[in-house]
Design a protein around this ligand. Structure first.
Ligand code: KG4
Ligand code: ZN
Length: 314
């Protein structure tokens, strides 16, 4: 791609309507509007509300992004958008908007897999010259948890992925059982303490697929047993012990694949849960290979990571 070409990227897979503009290899605008406050009272994302919010916000977000970048639509060379995975209605709003813009401007579209966006999100604001393959990618989000090996941006092989609740989803549900504010992942991060941790569930073998529904059920059973005995539920202890289990599982599995793939040059972490302080602390103990994390504002869903991956995969 010629150096100063412009990609306008759209992310609308869940509750964030985000548009970012990348010029050459630099993000020059990133505007996000979220419908999170509308979902909070339901304790989880309501897909229809999310789609409606995308419909009403996407035009405004686009205008703001163009203004922030100090460009007009006719300067845009490519339209990138999240094509999968995500909420069907939400994805559809982004796709239709992207295709209409592309038709109007007579420019090509670039479809981006949301998970690839998270996987390479470290490069949103870091030089891609640092990118050295093979990489191991650990993505921990609300919808997915996986470890993958990539030998190029387009050659990405899943080594392990969640077969039920993703790590973020389990944390959100445990948070809800405990009466914590949604999203539970953030609430649990904020109240975590390593004091008096409980053994909620046995460890899973390192080569077993990621599964977090068991720890969720173990936390629920523990809460119910306190309630049945009319005893005060130890919210902080159960929340912290669940997070401890989940982060231990993530780190043990990552270490397993690092021993298996000794040629790994870098570990790239991404996704909403990669903001977690305990997870970062534990991953920081890995010495064999350097672990790279996205800047905090790019751990959650954003279009800057979609633009960045579109640039890498072109
Ligand atoms: O990547 P993301 O924004 O959306 C998906 O693609 O799913 O991830 C959202 C998830 C939610 O489950 C949320 O609870 C979790 O990321 N999350 C966190 C933290 N910040 C967001 N989990 C633990 N600690 C955090 N600091
Ligand atoms: Zn995401």
């Amino acid at each position: 791609m010629a150096k100063q070409e412009i990609i306008l990227a759209i992310e609308s897979s869940c509750d964030d309507t985000s548009i970012s503009i990348l010029k050459g290899s630099k993000i020059i605008a990133n505007v996000t509007s979220t419908s999170m406050s509308q979902h909070r009272k339901y304790g989880g994302i309501v897909p229809e509300l999310a789609s409606r919010a995308h419909c009403s916000d996407i035009d405004k977000v686009c205008s703001q992004a163009l203004a922030e970048a100090k460009i007009t639509l006719k300067d845009v060379n490519y339209i990138a958008y999240t094509s999968e995975p995500g909420l069907v209605g939400s994805l559809h709003v982004g796709k239709v908007f992207a295709n209409e813009l592309a038709t109007l401007l007579k420019v090509p579209t670039i479809k981006v897999n949301h998970m690839m966006g998270h996987a390479f999100s470290y490069f949103v604001d870091h030089n891609t010259k640092q990118l050295k393959f093979p990489i191991l990618s650990l993505v921990v989000s609300g919808g997915h948890t996986f470890i993958a090996r990539a030998t190029s941006p387009n050659n990405f092989k899943y080594l392990n992925e969640s077969i039920d609740d993703a790590a973020g989803e389990a944390l959100d549900k445990i948070g809800r059982f405990l009466g914590l504010e949604y999203p539970g992942g953030i609430s649990i991060d904020n109240i975590y303490s390593d004091k008096k941790l409980l053994e909620l569930a046995p460890n899973k073998p390192v080569d077993a697929p990621f599964t977090f529904s068991g720890i969720k059920t173990a936390a629920l059973n523990m809460i119910n047993s306190y309630k049945m005995k009319k005893k005060k539920v130890p919210v902080k202890q159960i929340a912290s012990s669940s997070l401890e289990w989940i982060t231990n599982d993530l780190v043990r599995k990552l270490q397993h694949y690092l021993s298996k793939y000794k040629d790994t040059k870098m570990v790239l972490v991404g996704g909403g849960v990669s903001a977690n302080k305990l997870l970062r602390k534990k991953l920081g103990q890995i010495k064999k290979v350097k672990v790279y994390y996205p800047t905090l504002k790019y751990t959650n869903d954003n279009a800057a990571m979609i633009a960045t991956y579109a640039m890498l995969k072109k």
